[in-house]
Design a protein around this ligand. Sequence first.
Ligand code: KG4
Length: 334
Amino acid sequence: MLTLAIETSCDDTAAAVVHAEQRRVLSSIISSQHEVHTPFGGIVPELASRRHIEMIQPVVAEALARAGVTLDHIKLIAATQGPGLVGSLLVGFTFAKALALTRNLPCVGVDHLAGHLLSCLLEQDTPSFPYTALIVSGGNTALFRVDSPTSYIRLGRTRDDAAGEAFDKVAKMLHLGYPGGPIIARLAEQGNAQAYAFPRAWLAKDSLDFSFSGLKTAVHNTVMASDQSDETVVCDICASFEEAVVEVLTHKTIMATHSNQHNQVVLGGGVAANKRLRQRIQTLCQQEGLKLFLPSPVFCTDNAAMIALAGYHAYQNGQEAEPDADAYSRSPLH
Ligand code: KG4
């Protein structure tokens, strides 16, 4: 079923055409807004939705053109319904519903997290169900048991900041730019991860929840007491911070997989593109005899191909968006 999908939950305008049964991505276009938000050190919601309005039509047109198809070939339209910035979501979701209405096509609203949970299925080597998934992005950090393409059980989640948000905030403290994750990761490679003993929030014994606000405060206090013009200091702070995040994420993911009594681990979300996180989880999975599935970085960060796949499965499961369906900011999955 040729599916056209749209994703505008945050600051990227994305569209994709996917042959859903074959899990074959014909095109996946992402128009980034980084240059709009960089001067502010974070996303400005009003500016994000305005830019989505400008970009939605050309991005969808490019996705169709790159796939070598027209709207006549499309059988299903899927769009992210939530969670995210409501102003941004409304642009993509409304565009999708209007397009479906005019073309007499079915339209399905997709939960952004469901997209991340299934993004590993777009790769060559895919897990079977059930599997344990860590979704770690700018807006979410949570662990799930994925029983089928439409059935997920949340095992734990962050009680405050998402890990990606912590990366972005630490980058802002150090005046490094936005988005902070990739910049911190690059500087961390030149730093000493043992230089600063930042706290790890393990929470209660066996808890699969996360917390990054204490770590953020500890980094803030260190930054305030440090010479920020010293490159070595900045790199050491980045490396020590990254290590603290990675240690907790990987440890709890392994714990969750064991508690699920199966052996497949999946990562998704923008922070899953982090090299240190990927290395560490790979090593741990090898040690523990677990099979790891890492989506390529383009399917980790926000993209519409994963929304197409999740939308197709939701549609097969009987879901369809009414023309008056609304976007939502908080996920029922989270
Ligand atoms: O999934 P995503 O594209 O958007 C949502 O939040 O939904 O994730 C973006 C987040 C940002 O916080 C960004 O700083 C972080 O992912 N990120 C990274 C890396 N690449 C992106 N964090 C750490 N290391 C990276 N290499």
